[in-house]
Ligand binder design. Sequence first.
Ligand SMILES: Cc1cc2nc3c(=O)[nH]c(=O)nc-3n(C[C@H](O)[C@H](O)[C@H](O)COP(=O)(O)OP(=O)(O)OC[C@H]3O[C@@H](n4cnc5c(N)ncnc54)[C@H](O)[C@@H]3O)c2cc1C
Length: 410
Amino acid sequence: MSELNTVVIVGSSLAGLRAAETLRLEKYEGRIIIVGTEDRQPYDRPPLSKKVLSGEWEADRISLRKPEDLDKLNIDWKLGSAATSLDTTTRIITLASGETVAFDGLIIATGSGVRKLPNQPDWTGVHVVRTLDDSLNLRADLNPGARVVVIGAGFIGLEVAATAKTRGCEVTVLEGAPAPMMRGLGAEMGHAAALVHADNGVSMRFNVKVAGLVEANPGAVGGVALDDGEVVPADVVVVGIGVVPATQWLENTHLELRDGVVCDTTLNAGVPGIYAAGDVCRWFNNLYDQEMRVEHWTTASEQGAAAASNLLAVSRGEQAKPYSAVPFFWSDQFSARIQFLGRANGDETAHIVVGTPEDRSFVALYEKDGYLKAALGVSRPKQLMPFRKLLAERATWEQALELASTFVAT
Ligand SMILES: Cc1cc2nc3c(=O)[nH]c(=O)nc-3n(C[C@H](O)[C@H](O)[C@H](O)COP(=O)(O)OP(=O)(O)OC[C@H]3O[C@@H](n4cnc5c(N)ncnc54)[C@H](O)[C@@H]3O)c2cc1C
């Protein structure tokens, strides 16, 4: 790799910002260019389905940094213009505006975008939630009494359902799988963690297949059609069926793309000086002996920093460090704070070790082959967090139970 005079970061959100901050923190004095599709300075996404959507917060509360702190980073911002292609040989990126940007080091932090229904119509009342504008547009439709149908009982879908209910809407969630949050928590714990929705009057339907959306007045949604012919009436439909990593601009490059940019343990994308971080990054996590892509805030923040640090280290002739971490996320739904440590692949057995689902407050541990693999807490942060250390140490099931036994009385 040549000398590092210009680092380009593509993606102007959490991972990209953390990368830029780390470069400066580690005394990189060269040029930093951040390219971003959105024309706003970096902002936080978790409130988009929670406090911004509820109306408790206005948009100015979610900036990731104050303008004066961003100024100190001395960044050349190229916002409102997407990167459309990358040439890894000449090390040049082309933007939608036609402008080209040359780099010595590159950090790919383009995150993910929402997955849509096949042929999803652009009617009034049909929403997704990924950007600030999405959240504000949906908020304007969440009026008391509105019939809101959320398609998808994943974390974001359920957060939107809870917020809509709190704003006085009638809420139905339609899910194709047999349980809520199944991909993250597994079926049994998904049901246990989602009990707050029934408590608050959200109607949840599982094993239903959506055939398409139904138009009421011309250009406005009126319902969701199921494959058995039933139509669930709706004034507002929120499509929350997951995300896809934003890698379209990297097709036809030498980079390996497989549900994300494939990276090694150090987040290097297979070309010297090119790293990936955040939702877009699929890397080999040594701690789990497994390749993974994680769509959570903490991972994006940590990987942005790790990718920048490794880019700098290698340019200085030092060794890059593997990014090995226990994934972590949280989700707020009504009064429940769901927190999850580790990774569940669906073949573990979950055991509740503290509290009970009936109390809407418990800790469950996930076991496989005699080892602790993950831990779920519902409104039990104090008892959950100590398991992070055990997971990082690849603790045995016996060690996990020993720690759990110290919390049972609390
Ligand atoms: C509504 C919502 C609620 C969430 N709640 C939680 C939560 O409670 N807990 C949790 O752990 N996580 C939560 N998350 C997930 C968390 O916000 C993401 O994991 C995090 O934002 C990922 O950061 P990132 O920088 O990798 O990508 P992103 O935040 O997706 O940012 C990527 C940026 O790159 C830009 N971009 C894309 N393609 C291009 C291109 N070709 N050229 C230039 N720029 C491009 C995008 O426009 C975007 O601005 C939530 C996400 C959403 C949407």
